[in-house]
Design a protein around this ligand. Structure first.
Ligand SMILES: Nc1ncnc2c1ncn2[C@@H]1O[C@H](COP(=O)(O)OP(=O)(O)O)[C@@H](O)[C@H]1O
Ligand SMILES: [Mg+2]
Length: 257
């Protein structure tokens, strides 16, 4: 099986806070992989690092056989000090062009824009207007509620509808790898189920590889093939999601059993 995303020994710091400590993990092409962990574990930081929004202090990130992020080496011209801006290998924009799309935590929709305008934003790097129109129709078919509300301001949508729109916006660029940061956050259980069903279809029918971050461990493990558990910036467990659902430690700490 091909590794689409390989994270090797990465560390990320915010000043004195080391949010990620030598994290290694991988996502195979075609899989749904989940990362579970409590609030503050470092899950969002990992997703931001993948899309080039947080610089690495150590390690590398490889996507589709290509190095996309690495820690900058010590700069000899700065007297051996680390350069101030150790920017990622590729910019966030270039990483998006390579086929990685992130649906950020809290959805970050443009509330004053209509549904349609939000989807247009997701297609910022698609040049072909006919293709954009076709993708939008696909999204309206797949999420009928968005079709019905296409000319409404996004702020009038429910939380679940906004989450669907955030996912649709990410799909506008036809990504190969979809990163989802807590798609179930703040939503009712039935709405979360709906969203996870959509994620399964996107994975199975559109062949999009999914890397899913969740505090809702049960939903995430049921929806995925492989899983990782993060605590305090470290990966503490890695196994098939079925095995993690059965794992004593996971059951006690994350499934409330
Ligand atoms: N922009 C930031 N500045 C300083 N500290 C941050 C920032 N973002 C996150 N952190 C800290 O990094 C740690 C990991 O945060 P985060 O990746 O958001 O965790 P999670 O997504 O698992 O809740 C936490 O201790 C958090 O307070
Ligand atoms: Mg988070």
């Amino acid at each position: 099986m091909k590794e689409l995303l390989t994270i090797d020994d990465i560390s990320v710091s915010y000043g004195n806070i080391q949010a990620l400590k030598h994290v290694s993990m991988h996502v195979n092409e075609g899989d749904i992989v989940c990362l579970i962990g409590a609030n503050g574990a470092g899950k969002s930081t990992l997703l931001k690092a993948i899309v080039g929004q947080e610089p690495l202090v150590s390690g590398t990130i490889t996507y589709d056989g290509e190095l996309i992020c690495h820690a900058k080496h010590l700069d000899p011209t700065a007297g051996g000090k680390r350069r101030k801006s150790h920017s990622p290998t590729f910019t966030t924009d270039l990483i998006a062009r390579k086929g990685i799309a992130l649906v950020p935590e809290g959805r970050r929709v443009f509330a004053d824009m209509t549904v349609e305008e939000n989807l247009d934003m997701g297609a910022f790097m698609v040049r072909d207007d006919a293709l954009i129109a076709k993708k939008k129709e696909e999204m309206y078919d797949f999420f009928p509620i968005l079709g019905a509300r296409r000319r409404q301001k996004t702020r009038s949508l429910s939380g679940g509808e906004q989450q669907m729109m955030a996912i649709a916006r990410a799909l506008m660029s036809s990504p190969k790898l979809l990163l989802l940061d807590e798609p179930g956050l703040g939503l009712a259980p039935l709405v979360i189920q709906d969203i996870f069903q959509k994620i399964a279809i996107i994975n199975q029918e559109d062949k999009v590889t999914v890397f899913l971050v969740e505090q809702n461990a049960r939903m995430a493990l049921k929806a995925s093939n492989e899983g990782y558990v993060m605590e305090n910036g470290r990966i503490v467990l890695a196994d098939s999601s079925a095995a993690l659902l059965d794992n004593e430690q996971v059951r006690a700490a994350y499934l409330g059993e």
